[in-house]
Write a protein that binds this ligand. Sequence first.
Ligand code: NDP
Length: 450
Amino acid sequence: MNTYDLVVIGGGSGGVRAARIAAGHGAKVAICEEFRYGGTCVIRGCVPKKMMVYAAHYHEDFEDSRHYGWNTNVESFDWSRLISNKDTEIDRLNSIYENLLKNAGVEILYGTASLLDANTVKLGDQTLNTEKILIASGGTPFLPEIDGIEHAISSNEVFHLDSQPKSAVVVGGGYIAVEFAGIFNGIGTDTTLVYRGPQILRGFDEDIRSHLATEITKKGIDLRLENNVEKIALDTNGAKVVSFTDGTTKTVDCVLFATGRTPNTEALNLQNANIELGRKGEIKVDKYSRTNVQNIFAVGDVTDRIALTPVATMEGHAFADTFFGNNERFADHTNVPSAVFSQPPIGSVGLSEHDARDKYGNVDTYSSEFKILKHTLTENTERTLMKLIVATDTDVVVGAHMVGPDAAEIMQGIAIAIKAGATKADFDATVGIHPSTAEEFCTMRTKDSK
Ligand code: NDP
C-alpha cells in the first residue's frame, strides 16, 4: 500500500493548486483525476467558453469595422475550425497542468477515486493510505427529468458538437445559459433563450439584469421569460420539437440545458467516512475547508460556496498553506468579483442595490447609461450601463456593476478598490483615463433619484 501525507481527489483548479502548494511545502502528495487534468474550467468551461465568446463577437466587429473604413466581406463561419483550434489549445493547457504537478513533485494518478475509510482511497486496484484527504471533485450539469430530456445536451457536450446548429433553444437564466445564448446568436444560430423566472440572472442587480435583457434582445436573441420547456420530441428529420409551458412549440437543431450544476460526490463513497452533506448534496465545510471529519477537507464547486475558478484556487491554496505550510489562513469569500461573458458582458463586485438596502438601509446609487465612443461612428445600437452603490452613512462603495464592453477587465480594477474599502469620495478623487469607458466610474456625481 502507498502512503501519503495528502491525497487529492479531482484535478481541477482547486485540487491542482492545493496539491502543488502542499508538495511545495514538503508534503508527499498524490492527485487522482478521472477525466482530464485542468478540470471544468480549463477543459469544458471558462477557457473554451471564452474562446467561443471571442469567435462570436467577430460578427459585430466586422460590421462595426465598415464604419471605420474597412471593406470587410465575410462569407461564412467555420465551426469545425474553431472547435479544432480550441481543442489544440485545451490539449496544450491540459499538459501544462500535468507538468505543473510533475514539477512540484506530485504523483499524478488517473481513475475514479472513492473512499474506503477516512484514511484510505481506492483508485482502480490501487489502495492509497493517507493522513489527509482533499476532495475537489467539482460539479456536474443538472438536467431536469422532463419528457425527451435525452434529446437535449448540457454544457459538457456543447464544446464538441459536430456542426454549428442552425437553430437552438437554450434553457436557463444563469451564467451558462446567457453566455451560450450569446455565443450561438453571435455566430448566426437562430437562438431562443427560455427562462422560468421574470428576469434572467437572478441574484444580480435588477438594473443590470434588465439592461442585459434589453441588449441581448436587440442583438436578436428570442428571450422568453416566465416560460419553460415542457417536453422535447423528435420529428421525422431528427430535429427537436420543443414544447413550451406557454403552449407554443419550436423546432430546432439543438436544445441546450444550462439549468445549474450539482456537486460531484456520487462515486466517492463518502458514507464510508461518514462525511456530512448539505441539502444540495454539497460537502459541508468550515472556513478552513474542513469537513465534519478531522482529516478530510473539500474545496471548490463540490462545496457549493462560490462556484468560480479563482475561488476554488484561493480555497485550495489556503488549505495547503494552513495544513502543510505552517501558515494558518482561510479563503475570504467577501467582495468576490465576477463576470458574465454575455454579449455585452457583465462585470460585478459587491452587493446588488437590493441586497445593499437590506444590509445597510440607507443607500445611494449612481448610474450612467450611454453609448460608448466607439459606437458613435458605427450603427451599433448597443448601450452601456455602469452603476455604483454607496452606503450613505459611511460613503463606502459597497457594489459596482456594469454591462458593456470590457466589463470583466474594468471590474477587476474596481474590485481592488472595493476590497480595500474605497469610499465614493475616493472614486471621485481618482482621475479618469480619457477617453475610456472605465473613467465613468470616477465621474458619476449625481445621485440617482429613486
Ligand atoms: P446557475 O445556477 O447560475 O443557473 C441555473 C439556471 O437554471 C437558473 O436560471 C435557474 O433558474 C435555472 N433552472 C434550474 N433548474 C431549472 C429547471 N428545472 N427548469 C428550468 N430552469 C431551471 O447555473 P449555471 O449552470 O448557469 O452555472 C453554474 C455555476 O457555474 C454558476 O453559478 C457560476 O458560479 C459558474 N459559472 C461561472 C461563469 C463565469 O464566471 N463567467 C460561467 C459559467 C458558470 P432560477 O434562477 O429560477 O433558479
